[in-house]
Ligand binder design. Sequence first.
Ligand SMILES: [Zn+2]
Length: 78
Amino acid sequence: MTCTDFLKQLTDYFDGQVEPELLAEVQTHVRECHHCEVVLDTTRQTISIYREHEIYEFPAELRERLHAAIMKKCTGAR
Ligand SMILES: [Zn+2]
């Protein structure tokens, strides 16, 4: 799994709609990739804040920002 794949699966992951095999891949990627681990943690925290305020829809704007941030880091690292 690449960082791009990871990001594509991120919203499904938090929706709990991800296949078990894919879930395993996501978890493996996060163990190996610190950038995505940070993204996952940040997203999880953000979502818990949203849930507290009863906003259940994952904000597209947030996804865009996360995507831009991670792509910048990942491409910059290589
Ligand atoms: Zn990654």
